[in-house]
Design a protein around this ligand. Structure first.
Ligand code: GCO
Ligand code: MN
Ligand code: MN
Length: 388
C-alpha cells in the first residue's frame, strides 16, 4: 500500500473550465475572483496533475464570437492543452445561461428554442470533435418547470428523446465516436427538473433509437439533493453498462446546490463510492464538478483542485486497506456463507420450482444468522479515521 497520493494520467481526473474557473458568484453576491483565461486554467490543471479538462461551448468560445475569433480561441486552447499535457475529455453545450433558455432548451414549447438548442449542440459537438473529446454530456439544467401548467410532462419526455436521437445520429454521421452521458438533477435552477435522478435516465435510455451510445453521468450532489444514495445509483448504472462518466463533488442533503470539494461533507459516503469504482475497475473519466469556497482566492482554487484528487487517492488507499483487512473479510464471509442443500434463486426450471415449493425452510433458524454490522461499520470507521 502506497501513501503517495500523486495524481497520474491513469486516474483520469478531470475538471471543468467552469469548476476551476468558478468566480464565486452566487444568487446573493457577485464574483469574488477575477476571470482566468481558459489557457491559464489548463496550465493550473496540468501543474496540479489533472489528466483532462471539460468544457461547455461558451466556457471557451463566447456565445457571440465571430468565426475568426472562435478559430483563434480554439487553436490557442489546443496549444495550451498540448503544452501542459491535458486532454479535452468531455464537452457539452451551455443550454441554461442565456435568457433564450429561460423555459428550457430541448423541452421548450417554442420550436425555435428547440431548434436553436439543437444547432448550439451540434456546434458544441463539432468543437469537441476538433478537440478530441469522446464524451458528450447532456445536462438539462433548464429542462423543467416552476408550474406544470405550462406543458404536459410527457411532451417534454418525447421532445428530449427526439433531441437525443438526433444527437446520436449526428455523431454517427460525422464519425465523432461520442458516448453521450445524460446527467440528472432534481432541481436548481428550475423548481423541478425533468428526469430528476440517474435512475430516471436509465429508464429513458432504453427508449432511445441508439441506446447503445447513451449512458449516464451521475453526480454526487444531485443524488444527495434528492436524498438518495449516490453509490447505489452508480452501481445500477455500472451494472447496466451505462456508467460513461461521473461528476464527483459533495453536498449536504437538504441544502442548496453546494458543489463542495469531493468528500468535503460526507467522507464515509465518498469512501463507499470510491471503493465501488475501484472494486469494479471503472475506467472512464473521474470528473470533479465542484468549486472552491467563495472565500478563496486563486491559490485556494488550486488547493481545492489538488484536494479533490488527493482525497480520492486517499480513499482509494483506504479501500485497498479495507479489502485487505482480515477481520473485515472474515465478517463478510460469515454473513454470506453458503447454505449447502438449501434451494436458492437460480434460473427457473419446472424441476427447480417443484423442489423449491417442496422445501421445508427453517424460517426461525435462518432468521437468526448473526449480522454483525455494528462491528463491520466500526472497523470501516476506524480505517477511515486512521486508527486501523
Ligand atoms: C450543475 C451541473 C453542471 C453540469 C455541467 C455539465 O449542477 O450545474 O452539475 O455543472 O455538470 O453543466 O453538463
Ligand atoms: Mn451539479
Ligand atoms: Mn455536474
Amino acid at each position: 500500500m502506497t501513501n503517495d497520493y500523486t495524481p497520474l494520467p491513469e486516474h483520469k481526473f478531470s475538471f471543468g473550465l467552469w469548476t476551476v474557473g468558478n468566480r464565486g458568484r452566487d444568487p446573493f453576491g457577485d464574483a469574488v475572483r477575477p476571470p482566468v483565461k481558459p489557457t491559464e486554467l489548463v496550465r493550473w490543471l496540468g501543474e496540479a496533475g489533472a489528466w483532462g479538462v471539460n468544457l461547455h461551448d461558451n466556457d471557451l468560445v463566447p456565445i457571440d464570437a465571430s468565426t475568426a475569433d472562435r478559430d483563434r480561441i480554439v487553436a490557442e486552447f489546443k496549444g495550451a492543452c498540448a503544452d501542459h499535457g491535458v486532454v479535452t475529455s468531455m464537452v457539452s453545450a451551455n443550454l441554461f445561461f442565456d435568457p433564450v433558455f429561460r423555459d428550457g432548451a430541448f423541452t421548450s414549447n417554442d420550436p425555435a428554442v428547440r431548434g436553436y438548442a439543437l444547432q448550439k449542440t451540434l456546434r458544441a459537438m463539432d468543437l469537441g470533435g476538433e478537440l478530441g473529446a469522446k464524451t458528450y454530456v447532456v445536462w438539462g439544467g433548464r429542462e423543467g418547470t416552476e408550474t406544470d401548467a405550462c406543458r404536459r410532462p410527457d411532451a417534454a419526455v418525447k421532445r428530449l428523446r427526439d433531441a437525443i436521437d438526433y444527437v446520436c445520429d449526428y455523431s454517427i454521421a460525422n464519425g465523432y465516436g461520442y458516448r453521450i452521458a445524460l446527467e440528472a438533477k432534481p432541481n436548481e435552477p428550475r423548481g423541478d427538473i425533468y428526469f430528476p435522478t440517474t435512475g430516471a435516465y436509465l429508464g429513458f435510455i432504453t427508449t432511445l433509437a441508439h441506446s447503445e451510445m447513451v449512458g449516464v453521468n451521475p453526480e454526487v450532489a444531485h443524488e444527495h439533493m434528492a436524498g438518495l444514495n449516490m453509490t447505489h445509483a452508480v452501481a445500477q448504472a455500472w451494472e447496466a453498462g451505462k456508467l460513461f462518466h461521473i461528476d464527483l463533488n459533495d453536498q449536504v442533503i437538504g441544502r442548496h446546490d453546494q458543489d463542495f470539494r469531493f468528500a468535503a461533507a460526507n467522507p464515509k459516503a465518498a469512501f463507499f463510492l470510491v471503493k465501488f469504482l475501484e472494486d469494479v475497475g471503472y475506467d472512464n473519466p473521474r470528473h470533479f464538478d465542484a468549486h472552491a469556497y467563495r472565500t478563496e482566492d486563486d491559490e485556494g482554487v488550486r488547493d481545492f483542485a489538488r484536494g479533490c484528487m488527493r482525497t480520492y487517492l486517499i480513499l482509494k488507499e483506504k479501500a485497498a486497506r479495507w479489502n485487505a483487512d482480515a477481520e473485515i473479510q472474515g465478517i463478510l464471509k460469515e454473513i454470506s456463507a453458503d447454505r449447502p442443500g438449501t434451494p436458492t434463486v437460480e434460473k427457473h426450471s419446472t424441476a427447480h420450482a417443484d423442489a423449491l415449493l417442496a422445501f421445508d425452510f427453517d424460517r426461525k433458524a435462518i432468521g437468526q444468522r448473526r449480522l454483525p454490522y455494528e462491528k463491520l461499520d466500526q472497523l470501516t470507521i476506524e480505517i477511515l479515521l486512521g486508527a486501523r
